[in-house]
Write a protein that binds this ligand. Sequence first.
Ligand code: MV4
Length: 510
Amino acid sequence: MIVPPPFTKVLIANRGEIAVRIMRTCRELGVQTVAVYSDADQCMPHVLAADEAYRIGPAPSRESYLCIDALLEAARTSGADAIHPGYGFLAENAAFAAAVADAGITFIGPPASAIRGMGDKTSARALVKRAGVPIVLGSETPIRDAGEVTAFVRLHGFPVLLKAAAGGGGKGMRVVRTPEEIATAFAQAQSEAGSAFGDDRIYIEKYLDHPRHIEVQILADAHGSVIHLGERECSIQRRHQKIIEESPSVLLDDAMRAAMGETACRAAAACGYVNAGTIEFLVDSSRQYYFLEMNTRLQVEHPVTELRTGLDLVAEQLRIAAGEPLSMRQEDVRWSGHALECRICAEDPANDFFPSSGRISYIRPAQGPGMREDSGVEAGTDVSLYYDPLLSKVIAWGDTRDHAIARMVRALQEYEISGVTTNVAVHLVVLRHPDFLRGDFDTGFLGRTLAPKMFDVMAEDAQLPAAVVAAWLAHEQFTVAPAPQHGQAQGGRLSGWKSRRAAAMRSGEP
Ligand code: MV4
């Protein structure tokens, strides 16, 4: 059976790994691809991977990847009939979605109205609450002054959290634990929200201590069907940047998974959602879950869901955007095994995770059974400081969690990337931490675990390969670690390849 492509030509309004990822599916579906690039990105893999490519401006995002007019002009010139925004940049910008539609081009994402409805966090809370979705106790309209905070804590007590109505991602957030802190915290939240979002409206919630962050992937078509594809556990994060995601979450049993999945579908339906989206939940220590916010885009960590379900989420997005009904019902979704993703970022763990730059001189990617790597760089790529430090995502699948972790550790031990500093060592420390191995962690885990000591050690011996430092640290700090799984996660030694290559280079052998 020959299936006609959903579109003729798709412009990918993004860069790096996600642009390459989207182009791969387009090619599989027989859809032509258009790349856009800034002056800093002329030779990037996403440009080389496309059928055609258009310059959209100078290096700064404001003048290139965020420039709606330049993107629409490239779309018109190339004759693209659809635009995929990826994540970040303009992916959750309702004005962009509307401008694309107005230009007679299909936006591969939700309707502008759904982006708007979920983009304002207070309206999102009110919207989903009406649909019977549990939300954290708090306000469903912005609060005007510090007096309203006082009134709220009189009724509900401390601690409370002030959040930006336009927000997301932790900007403009302030925890308040005592009456003395109220005035300052309100003023700070307001001013931070104002400068980050150009909108200083603040709302209030009861503060949950040490929550887990679990999100549910949904798909919705234009014919009213919504299904969920299970959860991703995203609690391993640092300053609101996720670094490891996995599925399933060790916290959930089948009943809770089904309940959260069903709740996520209701939340999506409540805003008239169409396309792929994610409902974020906070889960407290008594395993109560609460709607946090909706991400109205394809997410960085979507491959975790793809490896567990066997689906291609980008293909689903294209079909949905072309008006096709969902190809499966909820009861047709099958989950298998365990998937884990590590984000490889150009940043220096020894220097407080400051972004790093440089020309990549050598890469040995993640390989072997059960592994996938979605990368936006290759040997010769110049990593600049203009954009997000995410270079690549390494994703492992195994029939059990232990198996997936063992594969990930093995692949990251072999992993090599020279010319730019990355966070690979941090992944190895986490992946071998006894609390992580037991599944005993929350959103505060990484902050507590990355002891200052680690950075000192790494700074002192920066020329040591990162994996050696990590292995050594894991050995030093976590001597109570359980027996390694499958015999692959053991020891503080280099993987065979790396030590033999190092030895060969020392002795001058080829
Ligand atoms: C919270 C919370 C505790 N209680 N809300 C952080 C990002 C923003 N989107 C919402 N966030 C949180 N909201 C209440 N009522 C704790 C966080 C939070 C968090 C959430 C998800 C993932 C990581 C996090 C790290 C710190 C705090």
